[in-house]
Write a protein that binds this ligand. Structure first.
Ligand SMILES: [Zn+2]
Length: 406
């Protein structure tokens, strides 16, 4: 599969032939493919209009608990063009990636993942050489795919290069929908600066986490707009903002509401003009309500929601990206006792959140948000299995309620 992808992406027969020639003399065939890929134009998931034919797959349609009979699926760009149990023939003149799946089933999606931070300790992330951290992230991307997660929505971290290398077949990993740096106000959940990095003079040098592309600190609508557009320019498929207090960040109360409506709206306008959306980190009802009023399309977490706010999400058709955060062996390690206290508060809300998501038929996405530990990251699939506490194994989404068939 990887091999075929490489051939499809060759920039031109001339360059490819030249490189093959060079490699026969020195490097070897595998290296030639990598060199050619490096010269290829940056291919993104959104821009790609390529076709892919999946042969002999078993389809999960989201309605039935059973998988389909062995079938063939033709995808062009991001549209499923044809599904058939009979062979699908394609025009041999067009570039089609053919994947023979040998009766396998589809991959899993994690709607809240951090490819750069999932398996690396917080201390290492703050202190180690950045090239080393990127190599660790690449290793973890392969592990993520091998766990069965073929797509991740990355909700913060420098993964544009990682995504490119995966898309080009240079390394192995899932399809990534990147946010780039998460955008946070000063003192917000994304402000992981060391105390010696404060105060910052406006326009002054960036902190380490900003230079690395983990966080973007922005105060005022203009700064938020700038940072949002910088992420879009690098290929962000959505913008992530910190709209309320968090657990891993010890300096902000979990009850805090972060940003103002005008600041969030600046990011929403930038994303909307680009054809995409803003999603926000928020646990508390007030933070969630302000974000919804500002035009965001999705809430991350929300474990401490209350019933009227859940109803608001339903009424507005807002997506809820919810994680089964529980006080069990899969909880991400937190060194700070303040963070541990906040985590316990969140764990206590998880059951209620899922019950409200179901009660109001809210559009709910599954995500894990596992952080800072390779062993915890390796349990990504186990997080999905925990969903049987609230859902049948193949329970159908019932949003919007009025078109509910069953
Ligand atoms: Zn997260």
């Amino acid at each position: 599969m990887v091999r075929k992808l490489k051939l499809v992406l060759c920039p031109s027969p001339v360059v490819a032939a030249l490189l093959v020639g060079l490699c026969q003399a020195s490097l070897g065939q595998g290296d030639a493919d990598l060199e050619a890929l490096g010269l290829a134009p940056f291919s993104t998931t959104l821009a790609s209009g390529r076709a892919a034919l999946f042969q002999n797959v078993r389809i999960f349609d989201g309605k039935s608990a059973a998988l389909s009979a062995p079938s063939n699926v033709l995808v062009r760009g991001n549209i499923i063009e044809r599904i058939s149990t009979n062979p699908i023939t394609v025009d041999t003149n067009t570039k089609v990636l053919v994947i023979s799946a040998d009766g396998r089933m589809p991959g899993l999606i994690d709607a809240h993942w951090h490819a750069f931070m999932a398996a690396t300790s917080q201390m290492l992330l703050m202190t180690a050489d950045s090239s080393y951290l990127h190599l660790l992230a690449a290793r973890q991307a392969e592990a993520t795919l091998m766990r069965g997660f073929t797509t991740v929505r990355d909700l913060g971290g420098p993964v544009f290069g990682l995504k490119r290398a995966i898309d080009e077949g240079v390394i192995i990993g899932p399809r990534i929908y990147p946010s780039g740096a998460f955008i946070s106000q000063t003192s917000g959940h994304g402000d992981f600066r060391f105390s010696f990095e404060l105060p910052r003079t406006p326009g002054g040098p960036l902190s380490r986490s900003e230079v690395e592309g983990v966080a973007a600190i922005a105060d005022s609508p203009d700064e938020v707009r700038l940072r949002a557009r910088e992420q879009l320019r690098q290929g962000a498929s959505q913008i992530k903002l910190m709209a309320g207090g968090g657990v891993a960040s010890p300096y902000n109360p979990i009850e805090s509401t972060q940003y103002t409506e005008a600041e969030i709206r600046a990011a929403v306008e930038a994303a909307d003009n680009w054809g995409t959306y803003v999603t926000v980190h928020a646990y508390m009802p007030r933070a969630i309500r302000q974000a919804v009023a500002s035009g965001v399309k999705c809430i991350e977490h929300g474990q401490l929601i209350v019933e009227p706010t859940a109803k608001l999400l339903a009424d507005k058709g807002i997506w809820w990206s919810l994680q089964p955060f529980l006080d069990d062996e899969d909880a991400s390690p937190l060194v700070n006792p303040v963070s541990r206290q906040k985590a316990l508060q969140v764990f206590a809300g998880t059951d209620n959140a899922y019950k409200l998501a179901k009660k109001y038929h809210i559009k709910t996405a599954f995500g894990t948000d596992l952080l800072f530990d390779a062993k915890v990251a390796s349990r990504q699939g186990a997080q999905l299995a925990k969903m049987v506490r609230w859902y049948m194994p193949a329970e159908r989404s019932r949003w919007p309620p009025q078109t509910m068939a069953s």
